[in-house]
Design a protein around this ligand. Structure first.
Ligand code: ADP
Ligand code: VHF
Length: 375
């Protein structure tokens, strides 16, 4: 192999590629553009036939469902979005199945919900399914299971889903394809905007304006792509963000688009979700000692270190851990519900078990179900 500008991408064996609605469709009216699908499939089939493992995360179900339902624009309400996705997903898969088959390749549809990457039993199952599909030489084609997701449990955008999938399948690289060739310092249509080639840390994003909306059919614009890049790189996975037209050079490790360098190491998938995709249901206010224990010593949180509880939550739901100065320092899955926890505050585990019995020797938030957000 010739020397590459990005060896970590060129040599990546297992690659997750995400394509956005805007890169698959013909303008605001939706409608799949067969030529665009063919160009993408030809590049991915080439990588697959060269021995790489490819997982495709494809948006476009809603956009594909617009024309058959005679909808002029992307619907705003969830029910119509779900109806469009229900109609569009099958059509979209039909295109992929047909195109990949011309290269002698099979595709397998994988529709995921938030639960699939957050609940341990679900994600080990999803991990096994991906593993077997890849072993069999299949190209998994992933989307959110739009027809069953509700507002509360939606990823909402496939950028974040792609980052979590990259983590779930232990990918070596994540390629995010959009309708813009790279990240710019401001909206690409503005004359002063400059291309950003490398992002080594959050500091390189200071002053970058991603506030303007993306295309009419896409969802998150650049905000969700940066968030996805942050999730993947914080788990040690390098990311390239570029346009669908540059998929071939991107996979070859050529210097197209924007490269995001890994910033951290792998973490359990469910902790990634906790840090990046969950909504906290309540707050546990900690005393200074508990903040030190959780943040510095990476210890579990005990009821003794909690001074106040707000919000309504059930056992197992995400809550924010708040320092005395009001900063959210961590997020975790709580082991008591919001009715019971306030009755236990400030008391040691020994006192609680002596008075209430064995079941009360549990932590308020176990360290394995906790992510420190800032120290
Ligand atoms: N700083 C920026 N750099 C690049 N693109 C930007 C920036 N700010 C906003 N955008 C917009 O984000 C769009 C891509 O997001 P989106 O339409 O959601 O794409 P997709 O459907 O691929 O997920 C681009 O077309 C561009 O107009
Ligand atoms: N699951 C939705 C995709 C939503 C989404 O993230 O879209 P995009 O911003 O184009 O990647 C669909 O298939 O229409």
């Amino acid at each position: 192999m010739s020397e590459s500008a990005r060896p970590e991408i060129a040599s990546a064996h297992r690659v997750v590629v995400k394509i956005g609605s805007s890169s698959l469709t013909t303008g605001a009216g939706g409608g799949i553009d067969p030529d665009r699908i063919e160009r993408l499939v030809s590049a991915l089939a080439g990588a697959r036939l060269a021995g790489r493992e490819v997982v495709l995360v494809s948006s476009g179900a809603i956009a594909t469902g617009l024309a058959p339902l005679r909808l002029k624009t992307r619907p705003r309400d969830l029910a119509t979005q779900q109806a469009a996705a229900s109609v569009g997903q099958g059509l979209l898969m039909g295109h992929y199945t047909h195109r990949f088959s011309t290269y002698g390749l099979e595709v397998g549809q994988v529709l995921l919900t938030v639960d699939d990457v957050t609940r341990r039993s679900h994600y080990t199952n999803a991990y096994r399914t991906f593993g077997r599909l890849l072993e069999l030489g299949v190209v998994p084609v992933v989307n959110e299971n739009d027809t069953v997701a509700t507002h509360e449990i939606r990823f909402g955008d496939n950028d974040r889903l792609a980052a979590l999938v990259a983590h779930l399948v232990h990918a070596d690289a994540l390629v995010l394809l959009s309708d813009v060739d790279s990240l710019y310092t401001g909206h690409p249509k503005l004359p002063d905007s400059r291309r950003i080639t490398d992002v080594a840390s959050d500091a390189d994003l200071a002053g970058v304006d991603v506030s303007r909306r993306g295309s009419a059919v896409g969802t998150g614009g650049m905000v969700t792509k940066i968030e996805a890049a942050r999730i993947a790189t914080s788990a040690g996975i390098p990311v390239v963000l570029t346009s669908a037209d540059h998929v071939l050079p991107a996979l070859a490790g050529d210097p197209v688009g924007t490269r995001f360098h890994p910033t951290g190491k792998r973490r359990p998938t469910r902790l990634l979700w906790l840090a990046h995709a969950s909504d906290a249901r309540g707050e546990l206010h900690l005393d200074d000692g508990a903040v030190r224990a959780v943040v510095q010593r990476k210890a579990s949180l005990l009821p003794a270190g909690i001074t106040r509880v707000t919000g309504t939550f059930a056992i197992g739901e995400p809550v924010d851990l708040v320092a005395p100065d009001g900063r959210v320092v961590a997020r975790g899955l709580v082991n008591y519900d919001s009715e019971e926890l306030p009755t236990l505050l400030g008391r040691t585990t020994r006192e609680l078990t002596a008075e209430l019995g064995e079941g009360y020797d549990r932590t308020a938030v176990h360290r394995d179900a906790l992510v420190v957000l800032r120290s």
